[in-house]
Design a protein around this ligand. Structure first.
Ligand code: 6GU
Length: 229
């Protein structure tokens, strides 16, 4: 899939794209493209934000600046663009990002992420240039960049080839293979450490019993887990 990220801090993503599973996804044909919004501003001195109408603290990302960046990159009217592909404004009050949302995005060919900064977006960006909003949690970050990385991480690892072992993404916590239940507990060597033994069943080599034991533990965790939505 192709992910375009509109940001004022493209250099933040240099580290991110060098991480192994992200690099694997890119090597397998995905792209992660950062567009520097400031390079496209029609305003002088690289201005991208302004003080809010009506007063108040902080600065707001300007609608004309985001409009110009989208227009320059896609060479199409950004309003029409938002009807053709998912253009997602990253904002703390947006639709909460969860495993279902991640799977939905992993099924897309192209997505665009708009990173807010300062006190946020001029509302007209969200209304006219975005197809939807996304939040990674109910807290305020100083910008959408870290949220964009969270989204890319969760989405790219769902694509074939991103992880070493194909089955590991589909079986883990909250995935459909587990009917939305949290993952069962995992153990590796040593079989005993400070007297803490790995459950005998996992050492038994008895695959049916292991499958049953895991399903039961998974179910137990679901019963005691806090509601996810
Ligand atoms: Cl997507 N952006 C910002 N600025 N803060 C957030 C967020 C996004 N998600 C949670 N907090």
């Amino acid at each position: 899939m192709n992910i375009d990220i509109f940001t004022l801090f493209p250099e933040w993503f240099e580290w991110f794209v060098s991480q192994r599973h992200v690099a694997n996804a890119i090597a397998s044909g995905s792209t992660l493209n950062c567009i520097d919004v400031r390079e496209h501003t029609p305003l002088s001195g690289g201005q991208v934000d302004d003080s809010p109408y009506g007063g108040g603290a902080g600065m707001v990302l300007r609608v004309d600046v985001i409009g110009a960046a989208l227009q320059a990159h896609y060479r199409t009217d950004p309003v029409a663009l938002a009807h053709r592909r998912r253009v997602i404004a990253l904002t703390p009050g947006g639709r909460l990002f969860d495993e279902r949302f991640a799977s939905e995005l992993a099924g897309e060919r192209d997505i665009t992420l708009l990173c807010g900064r300062y006190e946020g977006f001029d509302e007209r960006i969200i209304e006219h240039f975005a197809s939807e909003t996304l939040s990674i949690g109910r807290y305020v970050l100083s910008g959408g960049e870290l949220a964009a990385m969270v989204v890319c991480d969760a989405v790219l690892r769902k694509l074939p080839g991103a992880l070493g072992d194909e089955s590991s993404a589909s079986e883990e916590s909250f995935s459909e293979a587990l009917c939305g239940a949290p993952e069962y507990p995992q153990y590796t060597r040593p079989a005993e450490y400070r007297g803490w033994r790995v459950p005998e069943v996992l050492l038994s080599g008895h695959h049916d019993r292991i499958r049953r034991w895991r399903a039961e533990r998974s179910e137990e965790r679901r019963a005691s887990a806090p509601r996810l939505s």
